[in-house]
Design a protein around this ligand. Structure first.
Ligand SMILES: Cc1cc2nc3c(=O)[nH]c(=O)nc-3n(C[C@H](O)[C@H](O)[C@H](O)COP(=O)(O)OP(=O)(O)OC[C@H]3O[C@@H](n4cnc5c(N)ncnc54)[C@H](O)[C@@H]3O)c2cc1C
Length: 503
């Protein structure tokens, strides 16, 4: 292949992945990233002696022997950082009673413990855990449907072939396991505590099969925690990209994608410079790419409908605390069912999720810890508040104080041990990643969105491609990496070249 040039917008995981595969397949690529570092939503930042990991909670398929791990290997995302097996996914503690449940990798114990707290739901508990067992041993778990081709690569028979391969998974598209976790819990679980637990294992709006999949990953030993923070994963891909000859330009915000005769030919940066390439790939926010950078000139009914009616994951407000205290025996994630609901930013919630970074030494000096509460919230609330900086700062401070007060119930004395408070709102997230309404993971996975294969191209526009969480509902690390790979596979097919990878 004669060397062609590629410009990639965004150095998140999808942009980096696109870049690595582009370099492996003879493209000379450059990534333009508006922030000062790579990673996008996989973000880690320092506050004094504390390291705050505000990104990836766990890495799916972190061990060799799966097709997803092979893909991580191709882009250099293995081996250069420390990762711990996540043997406990979540611990639930009900403050109003003595009830306690822990979701570990031991499914027999989990079944036993769940039946203990909700004997009236024994049949449903067994049915649910049977699904986890099934998923754990299914080849789907180590592929997660990622090898499903994007629409541009599908031949006539491919859809039929994929349907055949996915036939055992079809039960998750109809029936009770296709429901959202909230609906499933409301309709199938009788015990009030277990209902709350099931609703909050991931998100009440996400499908229950997604929860089954996460529990199966834990049981199969295929969820990993970044002991040094998720930036180490990102940096290993950056190194791979650089070693393949790719270049990243930081503080480089794209304002416009240049188009001539319905062909993407380059980009205009906010500093006024223009850069040209044979192929332009946006691995940035979908809405701003399509409607701002391209002026909404390349949309069809499907795209219009998607951006009008689909719901992105709710943004988060993230309260991180540096504490002069150790949390040696805590699970990495605990959800407290609170005595009194917590009112914040126009919402009221009864469950407080606490992330404890006690699985690595990088987050805090000896004897101290970083802990974090991440709450779903509303974009408009924080955006409007941010128009008045003083009020915005007061609200952040009050929320942090309220959370510390709540934690005092569980960890007496913690208030006086707090040495660092950091509050990141959806506005913060938008400012650094430019994602629509500060969304952390792109489109919500629902029964409807998962069925729609989003093309990596736009109608009527040549030499332009999209990768990342806005072309794959649910986003996620493996998914976003695959979308970058897909773009280069499509290009190779277009160019009649064999798609090449190397480790
Ligand atoms: C808190 C949190 C926890 C998560 N936990 C997990 C998990 O445990 N497991 C999992 O698999 N997934 C998890 N995810 C999801 C996963 O991290 C994301 O789906 C994935 O990293 C998104 O990558 P991306 O490259 O598609 O998008 P992004 O990370 O959003 O990258 C887009 C990049 O484009 C840049 N950009 C945007 N506009 C422009 C422009 N105009 N010019 C130049 N640059 C631009 C942005 O600055 C950004 O760097 C989590 C996400 C969050 C936020």
């Amino acid at each position: 292949m004669s060397q062609k040039s590629m410009i990639i917008i965004g150095a998140g995981l999808a942009g980096l992945s696109t870049g690595c595969y582009a370099q492996m397949n003879g493209y000379e690529s450059r990534i333009f990233e508006h922030h000062i570092k790579s990673g996008g939503v996989a973000a880690v930042w320092r506050r004094g002696e504390f390291l705050i990991d505000g990104g990836i909670h766990f890495l799916i398929c972190h061990k060799p022997g799966t097709s997803i791990y092979d893909v991580y290997s191709e882009i250099g995302a293995v081996g250069s950082y420390e990762i711990a097996d996540m043997t406990t996914y979540l611990r639930f503690i009900d403050e109003t009673s003595t009830k306690f449940i822990e979701f570990t990798n031991d499914l027999d114990k989990l079944t036993h413990d769940l039946i203990q707290i909700a004997p009236e739901d024994e049949d449903e508990i067994r049915a649910l855990i049977r699904e986890v067992e099934w998923m754990k041993d299914s080849p789907l778990l180590t592929d997660l449907g990622m090898s499903t081709s994007p629409p541009e690569l599908k031949g006539r028979l491919d859809s039929l072939k994929e349907m055949w391969q996915m036939r055992s998974f079809m039960k998750y598209f109809t029936g009770k396991f296709s429901k959202s976790a909230g609906d499933y819990a409301d309709n199938n679980i009788r015990n009030p505590f277990l209902k709350t637990v099931i609703r909050n294992l991931f998100s009440p709006d996400g499908p229950i099969w997604f929860v089954i999949m996460i529990l199966a990953c834990v049981a199969a030993g295929q969820l990993g925690l970044f002991k040094g923070g998720c930036h180490e994963f990102v940096n290993s891909i950056v190194e791979r990209y650089n070693s393949l000859g790719g270049q990243i330009q930081y503080k480089a915000k794209i304002e416009k994608i240049l188009v001539e005769d319905d062909t993407a030919v380059g980009v205009l940066l906010s500093d006024g410079t223009e850069h040209r390439a044979d192929v332009i790939v946006s691995a940035a926010d979908g809405r701003s790419t399509i409607f701002d950078l391209l002026g909404g000139n390349y949309v069809d009914d499907k795209i219009e409908r998607r951006y009008k009616t689909w719901r992105p994951f709710d943004p988060m407000v993230v309260v991180s605390l540096g504490v002069a205290r150790e949390f040696r025996t805590e699970a990495p994630l605990t959800v407290f069912v609170m005595r009194e609901p917590l009112k914040y930013a126009g919402r009221e919630i009864s469950c407080l999720p606490l992330r404890v970074f006690n699985y690595g030494d990088a987050f805090a000096p000896a004897g101290k810890s970083v802990i974090q509460v991440m709450l779903e919230t509303d974009w408009e609330y924080w955006y409007n508040l941010r128009q008045n900086r003083e009020e915005y700062d007061v609200e952040k401070k009050q929320l942090a104080e309220e959370i510390i007060k709540r934690l005092e119930d569980q960890y007496p004395g913690i208030t006086s041990q707090v040495e660092m408070i950091d509050v990141a709102t959806p506005y913060t997230s938008w400012r650094y990643t430019l994602n629509d309404r500060g969304s952390p993971m792109g489109w919500m996975i629902t029964k409807k969105t998962i069925m729609e294969l989003i093309p990596r191209t736009l109608p009527g526009l040549e030499n332009f491609y999209m990768a990342g969480q806005w072309v794959l509902p649910g986003g996620g690390v493996p998914g976003c990496i695959y979308t970058g790979r897909n773009v280069v596979q499509i290009l190779c097919k277009r160019d009649n070249e064999k798609f090449k990878t190397r480790i």
